[in-house]
Design a protein around this ligand. Sequence first.
Ligand code: SAH
Ligand code: SF4
Length: 358
Amino acid sequence: MDKIELIGLSKEELAAEIIKIGEKPFRAKQLWQWIYLKGETDFDKMSNLSKDLREKLKELYTISRPKIVAEQISKDKTHKWLLEFADGQRIETVYIPEEDRGAVCISTQVGCAVGCKFCHTGSQKITRNLTAGEIVSQFMVARDAYGEWPTPTDETRFLSNIVVMGMGEPLHNPENTFKALKILSDGEGISISKRKITLSTSGIAPRIASVARDLGVKLAISLHAPNNEKRSQIMPINDRYPIEEVLKACQEYQEIVGRGRYITFEYLMLKDFNDSLDDARELIQLMKKYKIGAKFNLIPFNPWPGCSYEPSSNNKVHAFSRELENAGYEAPIRVARGQDILAACGQLKSKKSEANPL
Ligand code: SAH
Ligand code: SF4
């Protein structure tokens, strides 16, 4: 019989396993802490469990990490891992350090079915969803690398935030993604608070409210255009869920989490496509109409081999940002990180290509 992987089981599922093998429920709590608080992968080192129990666990279960096929660290310290799971499928995970904190950018699918025209991941067809364990273990690989076990106090953490902005559309894999984020935010383990987790979606409208209802993490919407005509040209998903539906779902999200919790609208600046002042004004009208507590994140386009778009000029990006700020919206310009190792937004891809020959 195949051994069962413990990473990715919910607390309740872990407790059920422990009861199944005839142990008391509090053992499940001890095991949870070994796995998620201390990062232990070796049953023999779990010193408060009896030898008998450790033997039993070794026989029936595993605690593993994906294989690190390659890792690169960019000039700006952005760290990228190419990870391989048991079936040989590969994804990328990125750590983006800042002075006294940092975000781990995790993937939720191998490839992506949304197929946005500007996205390197989108040019790789969807292969499969990641399991909850595969999503959680990406963060654990990053923690291993920086030795942040046991879970440090908030003030001293380098790996302080999680952004679900890697490969894949999280709301095409909501069950596993939500389960993983619940494990990652659990206070007796890895303990990343929900206020420090941001889920980014291309706008799968019917599932947006559940991000508030079932999870309570922060929300980012990849908007990238001020009207349906333009958005559909770069994001085919817009034909299925047009802007109006996405924004209505955002209203619902905000009714649940409270208006004070702003939604971030990501806006990719594409040269001569969506970067004029008229585009900015149209965007402002749109936000005013739906009365959403919003802030923007202006994203310089990260080119990749074979893409046909070009980044907007600095002047245009700054003028666009000023227009939004004058209308009362925060609109910082995102600094591209890890470009030299293709670790920046939209550059991830795990299949062989000229850019990624591994
Ligand atoms: N699928 C989700 C999350 C992953 S993509 C989503 O689309 O929101 C994370 C972010 O990177 C999105 O805002 C996406 O639009 C952006 N992105 C994609 N390709 C990019 C590129 N080439 N340059 C800069 N950002 C890009
Ligand atoms: Fe998929 Fe997001 Fe890339 Fe679009 S931007 S193809 S939704 S990963």
